[in-house]
Design a protein around this ligand. Sequence first.
Ligand SMILES: NC(=O)c1ccc[n+]([C@@H]2O[C@H](COP(=O)([O-])OP(=O)(O)OC[C@H]3O[C@@H](n4cnc5c(N)ncnc54)[C@H](O)[C@@H]3O)[C@@H](O)[C@H]2O)c1
Ligand SMILES: [Zn+2]
Length: 371
Amino acid sequence: MSGDVPTVVPVAVPGGRDYTVVVEAGSIDRVGSHAREAAPDVRRWAIVGDDTVSGLYADRVRASFEAAGLPASVFAFPAGEANKNRAVWAELTDRLLADGLGRDGGVVGLGGGVSGDLAGFVAATYMRGVPVLQVPTSVVAMVDSAVGGKTGVDAPAGKNLVGAFHPPVRVVVDPTTIATLPVAERIQGLAEAVKHGAIVDAEYARAIERDAEKLRVGALEPTTRMVVRSIQVKAEVVSADERETGLRETLNFGHTIGHALEAASGFAVPHGSAVALGMVLESRLGEVLGWTTEGTARELAGILERVGLPVAPAHPPDVERILEFVRADKKVRGGRPRIVFLRTLGRVDSHDGGWARAVEEEALRALLIAA
Ligand SMILES: NC(=O)c1ccc[n+]([C@@H]2O[C@H](COP(=O)([O-])OP(=O)(O)OC[C@H]3O[C@@H](n4cnc5c(N)ncnc54)[C@H](O)[C@@H]3O)[C@@H](O)[C@H]2O)c1
Ligand SMILES: [Zn+2]
């Protein structure tokens, strides 16, 4: 994958709203022409991003619109998950209204997953919906949140509880922007990339392990390779899901236990770390229950460790508290938690027409006590 050849990945959406993800070094300076091509009816664009990313890249994005002969203004909001809420959604919406953005307007989501989710939700609801073009700048946003069409904000009752399905008209990924991302954020994003390898492509997971050092520092070539492969996996999975195969559920690998660990820690354990632990623990459970090939958890832990992610809880886990969060999870059915198990590294088998299996809480409790 050379840095200067664009890679184009198609994503299928029902109702003819298919879009493409373009991965190309330097594309941050060509967002305007992508916008013109992907949404020719849009007359004016609002660039919505957090203040950190806007400070770094919004001028270049705005200049690209100028070069494409399209008016665009920047609307920044304070960085951080704490601002992915309805108050900031309302404030951004009011600022767009005050600026006179009309039904022929469009929104650019510039930044990490917080910016993309928030900008996407502003676009989904603005005058009953205007186009959004996503420009992800974090590893999480590139490999995960910018593709798939989920947008939304957090509520006091929980994360991502208010939102809308609003697929982008295009996703423009410039892997050179990863150079400015803090290393700890890069490592968090790598958890989802390893997950993509774990569910469909063992060779990809092993490539991440081989490239771990370079990926941690954001080296362009391996980062581009990884971003492209992860986007292909996510695009395949969500496109297949539009054909109602339910395949999207496989993306929950590591997340039943991961989400519970994250919530039980009061979000002190970041999402990527929680998912890394979740993937190892779910694989160990799969091995105990005979659904996952022996040795899978160990191989996965080796990969995650090389990447710099935790593979064992830092403290003895508060088992009952974690189980409470597992029970509260939307993946529980009939009182039994549902977990996506690997058959082996790179493969998930379907089961009873679905991709997750219900497990007895007792088995999960025994696993957590031993962790
Ligand atoms: N919609 C979905 O399908 C989906 C999927 C996964 C995650 N998410 C959401 O994504 C969010 C997490 O995303 P995130 O980890 O990107 O968080 P984020 O957007 O907060 O970004 C993390 C930090 O990195 C900074 N940053 C981003 N890009 C940068 C760059 N190129 N240079 C310097 N700094 C940069 C941001 O300002 C922020 O401080 C969560 O809210 C999560 O719910 C959504
Ligand atoms: Zn996740």
